[in-house]
Design a protein around this ligand. Structure first.
Ligand SMILES: *Cc1c(COP(=O)(O)O)cnc(C)c1O
Length: 804
């Protein structure tokens, strides 16, 4: 399909008319947005159909990325970009007096994820389509995405994210492809003519309806599918049985109980709370996804024993791990495949990505709950477990080891162990993370299955996080080294030749300043707050969690504040500290930290003696679209987690790609960023992996020692609880208690001095602008290594065994 400005303009006008019976003159901006998006979807639909036809006729290997979260953000801008018509549309719309950027702003973020894990899934979808892999997403179409955050009087307030209220132009509801998912009931073995089958009765049947969203590859005609499942009652509106008995309320209740399965995303990224609805969600989308994959496969008329040659499934964290047992059920119960063949097929199909070593995040389900909800799946897991335990015993003759590695043990079903045993690949998400998995967390499994373990360092799509979010920098890069970095991101390395080039340095600096000024303007217009675009933009944006140590950042700010009070002539480069972070609604300490950040922001704001030198901005409702605005402005990237706790991080990659200098612990992918850019182009501080592990083992850390020996720490902690922050002394008592009485689990006080030293280096470095700009360019040049295009190619080659 050839599109030029004139044809686009007439298509757009026609769209407004067919959708709304409106002209450009009469249509609201939202209608213009919707009509434009609808047109863009039309432009991609032929490619979508052709991709699907091509995949089925070539019998190409299909990859399915199973994930409970897809943090997509907005699609209009990225779809225009990937179709290669964004500039054309911008110009054509301008001729109609319409501003494309304004329309793009009207799209509601698809916030179907908490943070890094969900965003990774979204970046992978973009990369799979853009490098031409037949790779699709499978997840849940939540009616409500991650809550919207409002800050009221310094506190986080959660508002439901009703993202579908104005419709979702991108999705296609496919009722014809619905499947039934069964919960509860009774399973009875039936022996007939020497074959054993299992009869499932009295179950609750839930209808799973798929909604498909096209995932457009970058200028390559590939359009893949993100299939999200929605739960509905089979009788559509009523449980007829109850209804006919006159139990009207019961019928309606049943409808709502079924719909609740896909109603809301659990707003917690690192802890599990064992809620039965969550297990229901997991089985719901996994079963629906597998049933639809198998249905498509049967149409190819290939023997089921070759399923693994055509289908690969990546399990994103343990949330979809029940897929191992569900595929076994389908193969054994429905396809009459022998257990051994089914097991070979299943393990060849499945691979598992581990995302965390935090023990509170390792999913396990109480046996009683599991058995009741998924009786047949539980039987299958028991069988998998028995066979596995037998193998461990045969190999080691050690019952303790059997106990430690059993999938079903101590009253729980352990999902990570099920995923490992049932997959042919287990990967960590950064070198350090994979090393820790092998050495410590999963050491038993590594020794038993060494060939399964591998590393795949996370990545980000440079198309959204540089090309789209930082258009001026992208243009400068194009002019300087050409534009082949867009399809071969590693080519960004050619910028190294310009790291000392005065002209390039100056232009890059001007772009950064313009981005900052634009953000300051946007922030003033939306919040009425002034930000100095000439200050250093110091940015920490990520979920709020103790291990990510936003507290360390606030404590540095407080210390700086006290120093400025003592010495008003202290010569520092003005700095604006940005925080963007949502806290899980039930995570008290995290919510307290938000209140503390806002309290410190207030104190500084009201203090004439310091408020022209430092400022703290809390960015309400951090989301993908807000990330795209702030990241191109950042001078400093804060990546200060307790070493060993951040599996990879991807915010770190987005920020370096936009020229920010990273201040970091040697944790997660920070290690690899440091390896790439060299120690002279990153600011590293704090405890190393071995120190942390040693202290955790010996339990020799005593946070009180740091409180007693460092007067700066003492001042900060005392002031938290003596009323001097202008709030009740009890307001931050729990933070105080967490750090002292409870011994500071994530070593904030231990790393405090090193962090302050590192912070002080920044001022000095920034004053030397030649050096600073050179560092910035070196960072951008090396960021191509962290494109998810590269990551995905490694998954394809090593795990999915796809020949490109
Ligand atoms: C990239 C991203 C994250 C992950 O950030 P980390 O710093 O890696 O934790 C979280 N939320 C959003 C909206 C993102 O875009």
């Amino acid at each position: 399909m050839r599109i030029n400005k004139e044809s686009f303009k007439s298509d757009f006008k026609r769209k407004l008319t067919t959708l709304y019976a409106e002209s450009i003159r009469s249509a609201s901006n939202f209608h213009k947005y919707y009509a434009l998006a609808s047109l863009v979807k039309d432009y991609s639909s032929e490619k979508w159909m052709n991709s699907n036809d091509y995949y089925s006729s070539q019998k190409k290997k299909q990859v399915y990325y199973f994930s409970m979260e897809f943090l997509i953000g907005r699609l209009l801008g990225s779809n225009l970009l990937n179709l290669g018509i964004r500039d054309l549309c911008r110009e054509a719309l301008a001729e109609l007096d319409i501003n494309l950027d304004e329309l793009e702003e009207l799209e509601h973020d698809a916030g179907l994820g908490n943070g890094g894990l969900g965003r990774l899934a979204a970046c992978f979808l973009d990369s799979m389509a853009s490098v031409g892999i037949a790779g699709h997403g499978c997840g849940i179409r939540y009616d409500y995405g991650l809550f919207e955050q409002k800050i009221v009087n310094g506190y986080q307030v959660e508002i439901p994210d009703n993202w579908l209220k104005n419709g979702n132009v991108w999705e296609v509801r496919r009722e014809d492809k619905a499947v039934v998912v069964k919960f509860g009931g009774k399973v009875t073995p039936v022996l007939e003519n020497d074959t054993l089958t299992f009869e499932h009765t009295d179950y609750e049947a839930v209808l799973a309806i798929p909604y498909d969203t096209p995932i457009v590859g970058y200028k390559n005609n590939t359009v893949n599918t993100l299939r999200l499942w929605s739960a509905e009652t089979i009788d559509k509106d009523f449980d007829l049985d109850s209804f006919s008995k006159g139990e009207y309320t019961k019928a309606v209740e049943h409808k709502y109980s079924v719909q609740s399965i896909s109603q809301v995303l659990y707003p917690d990224d690192t802890r599990i709370d064992g809620k039965i609805l969550r297990l229901k969600q997991q089985y719901f989308f996994v079963s629906a996804g597998l049933q639809s994959i198998l249905r498509t496969f049967r149409k190819t008329r290939k023997p089921i024993t070759k399923l693994d040659e055509y289908i690969q499934i990546q399990i994103n964290d343990t949330h979809p791990a029940v897929a191992v047992a569900e595929l076994m059920r389908i193969l054994v119960d429905e396809e009459q495949v022998s257990w051994d063949d089914a097991w070979r097929i299943t393990t060849n199909v499945m691979s598992y990505t581990n995302h965390t070593i935090l023990t509170e995040a390792l999913e396990k389900w109480p046996i009683e709950l599991f058995k009741k909800l998924l009786p047949r799946i539980f039987m299958i897991i028991t069988e998998i477990n028995e066979r596995f335990c037998k193998k461990i015993y045969e190999k080691y003759n050690d019952l303790n080891l059997v106990h430690d590695m059993a999938i079903v043990c101590d009253g729980y079903v352990k999902m990570a162990f099920l995923a490992i045993v049932g997959s042919h690949s287990v990967n960590g998400v950064a070198k350090l993370h994979t090393q820790i998995l092998k050495e410590r967390e999963l050491n038993n499994f590594y020794k038993f299955f060494p060939q399964k373990f591998n590393n795949k360092t996370n990545g980000i799509t440079h198309r959204r996080w540089l090309l789209k979010s930082n258009p001026e920098l992208s243009k400068l890069i194009n002019k300087t080294i050409g534009d082949n970095w867009i399809t071969e991101p590693i080519k960004l390395i050619n910028l190294l030749a310009y790291s000392k080039d005065k002209d390039f340095q100056d232009k890059m600096y001007e772009i950064k300043q313009a981005n900052k000024a634009e953000f300051a303007k946007y922030f003033y217009e939306t919040h009425g707050i002034n930000i100095d675009p000439n200050s250093i933009f110091d940015v920490q944006v990520k979920r709020l969690h103790a291990y990510k140590r936003q507290l360390l950042n606030v404590f540095n700010i407080l210390d700086l504040y006290y120093r400025l009070k003592e010495n008003p002539n202290l010569d520092i480069v003005p700095r604006t500290f940005f925080f963007g972070a949502k806290a899980a609604p039930g995570y008290y300490l995290a919510k307290q930290t938000i209140k503390l950040i806002n309290t410190v922001a207030d104190i500084i704001d009201k203090d004439q003696a310091v408020n022209n030198k430092i400022k703290v901005i809390f960015l309400e409702n951090y989301s993908v679209s807000l990330a795209e605005k702030i990241i191109p402005c950042a001078d400093i990237s804060e990546q200060i987690s307790t070493t060993t706790k951040e599996a990879s991080g991807t915010g770190n990659m987005k920020l370096m790609m936009n020229g920010a200098i990273t201040i970091a612990t040697l944790d997660g992918a920070n290690v690899e960023i440091c390896d790439q850019v060299g120690e002279e182009n990153i600011i590293i501080f704090g405890m190393k992996k071995d120190e942390v592990m040693e202290l955790e083992k010996t339990k020799r850390y005593n946070s009180m020692d740091y409180y007693n020996s460092d007067p700066r720490i003492k001042r900060i902690l005392d002031n938290l609880v003596n009323g001097s922050l202008g709030v009740s002394p009890s307001e931050f008592a729990d933070i105080h208690k967490y750090l002292l009485a409870n011994n500071d689990e994530f070593f904030v006080l231990k790393d405090f001095a090193a962090y302050l030293d590192a912070q002080n280096k920044i001022d000095e470095l920034y004053r030397n602008q030649d050096k600073w700009r050179e560092m910035s360019i070196v960072n951008i040049a090396h960021s191509g290594a962290f494109s998810s295009d590269n990551t995905i190619k490694k998954y394809a080659r090593d795990i999915w065994r796809i020949n490109q």
